[in-house]
Ligand binder design. Structure first.
Ligand code: 5RP
Length: 244
């Protein structure tokens, strides 16, 4: 078990260092344009989602009115800063749309790896509550096999994490506990830990997701299987929509 480089704990640390920034901005604007008056919307987490929330903030200032459930405290603070009305599942158990970024999108299946920003549990709950789940990525995130570039983040209970990590290792992963910038174990909004599990290219993501979920101590995996409605991809050849 090795520890993760603290820099990977916060993907929004320095968005200007990201060469794909302009592509992210394009998909963020396009996704924000899908929100209509009166909708209930799930707001994702990460640098692309942050741009989408800012785009929604500009539309809010022009009079668009909707309600939102954020997938992290970070996104909640940002949305609140724009004056966007935040609600909870108590009043809105079903959402019209959820909009979020991703770390990898598998061509064909549109299955995803999410969670490098540390918000995968709330992101999956919000995606599951939405009639349509819209994913925004730049072209560098498209892969033939999930796991090709990104580790699979797995949210686990702090109690017994070393045992959980060992069992994840038995599934074939190189397991690294996520650290924060101060070199401490990263703590999710739910008070849990993240184990980054590098499997390499995954032949059977649904099978692996089921195997991971069977391990006691695992709360949720960053493999998002069969949840995507549409992926907005921006790249050198413009903007494309991939529909599930
Ligand atoms: C956070 C996530 C993000 O959506 C994912 O990491 C993509 O981030 P970015 O838009 O910064 O590339 O899953 O938990």
């Amino acid at each position: 078990v090795q520890s993760t480089d603290p820099q990977t704990a916060d993907q929004t640390a320095d968005p200007t260092a990201d060469p794909m920034i302009e592509f992210k901005r394009q998909v963020a604007e396009e996704a924000a344009a899908m929100v209509r008056d009166g909708m209930a919307v799930g707001l994702g987490t990460g640098s692309t989602s942050a741009m989408m929330i800012d785009a929604l903030g500009r539309r809010w200032a022009q009079g668009l009115r909707f309600v939102a459930i954020p997938t992290s405290e970070r996104s909640a603070a940002q949305a609140r800063g724009h004056g966007i009305t935040l609600v909870s599942f108590a009043t809105h158990p079903q959402l019209d749309l959820a909009i979020d970024g991703a770390d990898e999108v598998e061509r064909g299946s549109l299955n995803l790896v999410k969670g490098l920003g540390g918000a995968l549990l709330r992101e999956k709950i919000v995606a599951a509550a939405a009639r349509r789940f819209i994913v925004m990525v730049d072209e560098s995130k498209l892969v033939d096999h999930l796991g090709s570039h990104a580790p699979i983040p797995v949210e686990v209970t702090p109690f017994g994490w070393e045992s959980t990590a060992r069992q994840l290792g038995e599934l074939g992963a190189r397991v690294s506990p996520r650290m924060d910038r101060d070199g401490n174990l990263f703590v999710t909004d739910g008070g849990n830990m993240i184990l980054d599990c590098a499997f390499g290219p995954i032949a059977d993501p649904p099978g692996l997701a089921a195997d991971i979920r069977r391990i006691v101590g695992v709360i949720e995996t960053g493999l998002f299987i069969g949840r995507t409605s549409e992926v907005l991809v921006a790249g050198r050849h413009g903007l494309t929509r991939l529909v599930a």
